[in-house]
Design a protein around this ligand. Structure first.
Ligand code: ZN
Length: 320
């Protein structure tokens, strides 16, 4: 799962905080019991004396007395447990029995951390994106003209085919899916479909990074030139399970972003991590703005789909 460092840190903190809260509640109920139950107080004092005697007796080598103390400890302990049970006080159990709340199991990140990270990642994405508005089901094909254009292409059939491709992408992910390059004018549903992919895949627990080219590259550039040694933004671009770059071509262009962009596209293709890119630019314009080698990566490794039709945002605005 390719989540950011922050998400994993938040997940570890959540598990540690949950453990601490349980322990605090347990200690508080013990304190309450001590106040109310003199028998319990005496048992605790008795146990602490027996503990001290156990140590000195063990050192002295008096095995007969040692056996006696151990037997008494057992008796007093079982009385203590009886009182605890009748007061309904239980030792706090672990948040996760597998890793006993360490976060690591069999030398690997435990599934409890991954589950919590998944929840946080989805919460964060849902809070920052209109995910509820965007789903495959709410992608309305009726907004696309059902007539053939001058080049013989039917916009509705084209949109239906892209919708099917996206559904298949979400189903098959991460195996056997090719990266996607959505092209076409603004208001034709590119963002709607890519947000639907974000929604489907983050709900399945994949680490999804979504943002406009300006925001994603801007964050990495800022980090790079801050000399903080932090490379979280760049690592997220390279390491997340699915990267969705919206509005490619509208970002502030610099030599740094151009080289970062190529590195991201190339590395993700090499490591088999899918990327979805939306742009209003044509291939020629992309080549002019970035480079021929970027466009050749698109041609070699991406399914390129051009949206056609009329601006849906304008149609919706007119309908209102
Ligand atoms: Zn665990």
């Amino acid at each position: 799962m390719g989540y950011s460092k922050e998400i994993y840190a938040k997940a570890f903190k959540f598990i540690a905080d949950t453990k601490k809260a349980k322990e605090r509640a347990y200690e508080a109920s013990l304190d309450e019991l001590r106040k109310q139950n003199e028998g319990f107080r005496n048992i605790e004092i008795r146990l602490s004396k027996l503990g001290a005697e156990l140590v000195t007796t063990a050192i002295s080598g008096n095995t007969q007395r040692l056996t006696q103390i151990k037997a008494e400890c057992e008796l007093v302990n079982s009385e203590k447990n009886r009182i605890l049970r009748s007061a309904g006080i239980e030792k706090p159990d672990f948040y996760c029995k597998n890793c006993e709340d360490s976060g690591y199991f069999n030398g690997e990140l435990c599934s409890c951390v991954k589950d919590v990270a998944k929840k946080f990642a989805f919460q964060e994405l849902s809070a920052s994106l209109p995910l509820n508005d965007c789903s495959f089901d709410s992608f309305d094909l009726n907004y696309y003209p059902d007539t053939e254009g001058a080049d013989g292409t039917n916009p509705r059939k084209r949109a239906a085919a892209i919708l099917n491709l996206c559904r298949k992408f979400a189903n098959d992910f991460p195996c056997c899916v090719r990266s996607l390059l959505f092209m076409g004018d603004a208001g034709l549903g590119k963002t709607h479909l890519s947000l639907s992919l974000v929604r489907e895949l983050s709900a399945k627990g994949y680490g999804v990074v979504y943002g406009s080219a300006q925001n994603l590259f801007g964050a990495a550039e800022k980090e790079h030139f801050s000399f903080s040694g932090n490379t979280t933004a760049e690592e997220s671009l390279l390491g997340c399970d699915l990267l969705v770059i919206d509005d490619l071509g509208t970002e502030f262009y610099s030599a740094f972003t151009a080289s970062l962009f190529y590195n991201v596209i190339n590395s993700r293709l090499l490591s088999g991590k899918p990327t979805v890119i939306n742009t209003n630019l044509s291939l020629d314009e992309l080549e002019k703005r970035y480079s021929e080698r970027i466009v050749s990566r698109f041609i070699g490794g991406y399914d390129m789909k051009k949206f056609i039709g009329s601006d849906i945002r304008q149609i919706k605005a007119l309908e209102k």
